[in-house]
Ligand binder design. Structure first.
Ligand code: PLP
Length: 456
């Protein structure tokens, strides 16, 4: 690794490692759904990079120093200064996490029957749009669906598809255009500055507000720095400021690049829209200077955002994720390529070609990895993104992945190598893996609580 960790370890959390027999019992009891495992029964937890970052000593000390107040805490003003500095947004609301921002925003701007374009909706954004009677539409470039196609900016939106959608449905039925940076669902793939600019222009031409789903804004900025012409000498902060300059607003889960365990933001430039969202937010999230969080969380978020835009941190972060990807590719494991910013996505269609998607191959792989090695990934395939038709048949998702998210500043290179070696052992014995039958799933965000049984 070229850039070693730009930190040293001050405190550790000891890990628990169960035997394979113990894990077999645990996963069966969990209905073969890793969301239902107790985390103490997991050895390496790659379920998500959300809310699982290691905090810095500065974040923790700011949490203790800050005042706890219902209104006007210094933590809010520290956060406000940071949001103004990094995103150049004067108006924003604090929310308890990303989906809180989505709920407030879509409650205010969506009418029944509206369409919401995005490069690709994340599970919570898709569910929030549907919950308000809207239709989420994914308009990412076609190449995003080809896991082997190597492109620098595979998260870009297809702007021709966007123009056709607006023309077909009418701009009055498209109340917002979203762009997710980086594209989590599609493999953590970045969006180029050129694409952000173009989408923003189309939005402006039709008088439609343009919002970024900005959970991983700095990881996206780093990709722009490395891959897009003209940005090599710019800092992450400068690139971030330019990205946000094209947006009318943003949703942000601080559980990702706020480097905190909980929190989120909803940025809005328009005064009137901000006021409407603020009034609703007071009812469902909390007073604007705390937004459903303890004030100490705001302090940690502000400090985390200042740390996440450091070029040295991003350099280390990207190399860490790429290390895991390269170790897996060296062992012939089929992945979405190129490797994304926060996770490695294992292509279950190619890993388990004999299991049809209606038997949830990515789910089968995820449970197998836990059983064999105590590693927890997550299914992002037909369980998370598939549909059920009117006759109750399963309509498969376009992509069938197991995501191994890399929590920030948490695992060492040795631990990541263990993940690669474990998955290789499963790959060599993959013909023994059976598909799954789903025995329970609610209508929205079904994968969190679904239950399964191995077939045969
Ligand atoms: C995590 C995430 C969200 C939702 O944020 P939460 O804090 O989990 O509610 C929305 N969009 C994307 C792209 C995400 O990764």
């Amino acid at each position: 690794m070229k850039t070693p960790e730009p930190f040293k370890i001050k405190m550790v959390e000891n890990l628990n490692r169960l035997s394979k027999q113990q894990r077999e019992k645990k996963i069966k009891k969990a209905g073969y759904n890793v969301f239902k495992l107790r985390s103490e029964d997991v050895y390496i937890d790659m379920l998500t990079d959300s809310g699982t970052s290691a905090m810095s000593d500065k974040q923790v000390s700011r949490m203790i120093e800050t005042e706890q107040a219902y209104a006007g805490s210094d933590s809010y003003y520290d956060l406000k200064k940071t949001v103004e500095d990094i995103f150049c947004f004067e108006r924003f609301l604090v929310v308890h996490q990303g989906r809180g921002a989505e709920n407030v925003l879509y409650s205010v701007i969506l009418d029944e029957g509206d369409y919401v374009p995005n490069n690709m909706h994340f599970d919570t954004t898709k569910a929030n749009v549907k919950h308000k009677g809207g239709t989420p539409v994914n308009l990412v470039i076609d190449e995003a669906y080809d896991p082997e196609k190597k492109l620098d900016f595979k998260g870009n939106m297809d702007t021709e598809k966007l123009k056709s959608l607006i023309e077909e449905k009418g701009p009055e039925n498209v109340p917002i255009i979203m762009l997710t940076v980086t594209n989590n669902t599609g493999g953590g793939q970045p969006v180029s500055m050129e694409n952000i600019k173009e989408v923003s222009k189309i939005a402006k031409d039709h008088d439609i507000p343009f919002f970024l789903d900005a959970c991983r804004f700095a990881e996206n900025a780093y990709f722009i720095k490395k891959r897009e012409k003209g940005y090599g000498d710019k800092s992450i902060r400068e690139i971030t400021r330019e990205m946000f300059s094209y947006a009318d607003g943003f949703t942000f889960s601080a559980k990702k690049e706020g480097l905190v365990n909980i929190g989120g933001l909803l940025g809005i430039r328009d005064e009137e829209l901000h006021l409407k969202c603020k009034n609703l937010s007071i009812i469902i999230e909390g007073f604007p200077t705390y937004g459903g969080l303890a004030c100490r969380e705001l302090s940690a978020m502000a400090q985390g955002m200042r740390e996440v835009i450091k070029d040295g941190y991003q350099e280390y972060r990207h190399q860490q994720v790429k290390f895991l990807g390269d170790e897996l590719l060296d062992r012939d494991i089929p992945l979405i390529e190129p490797i994304g910013g926060h996770a490695v996505f294992v292509d279950a269609k190619r890993f388990l070609p004999d299991i049809p998607q209606k038997h949830f191959p990515a789910q089968a792989l995820t449970t197998e990895l836990y059983k064999e090695a105590g590693i927890r990934g997550v299914e992002l395939g037909t369980s998370a993104f598939g549909e059920t038709d009117e006759e109750g048949n399963i309509v498969p998702a376009e992509m069938e992945n197991m995501r191994l998210a890399v929590p920030r500043r948490v695992y060492t290179i040795n631990q990541l190598r263990y993940v690669a070696e474990s998955l290789k052992e499963i790959f060599d014995e993959r013909h023994n893996i059976k598909g799954m039958k789903r025995t329970y799933a609610p209508e929205l965000l079904g994968h969190f609580t679904a239950e399964f049984k191995p077939i045969g």
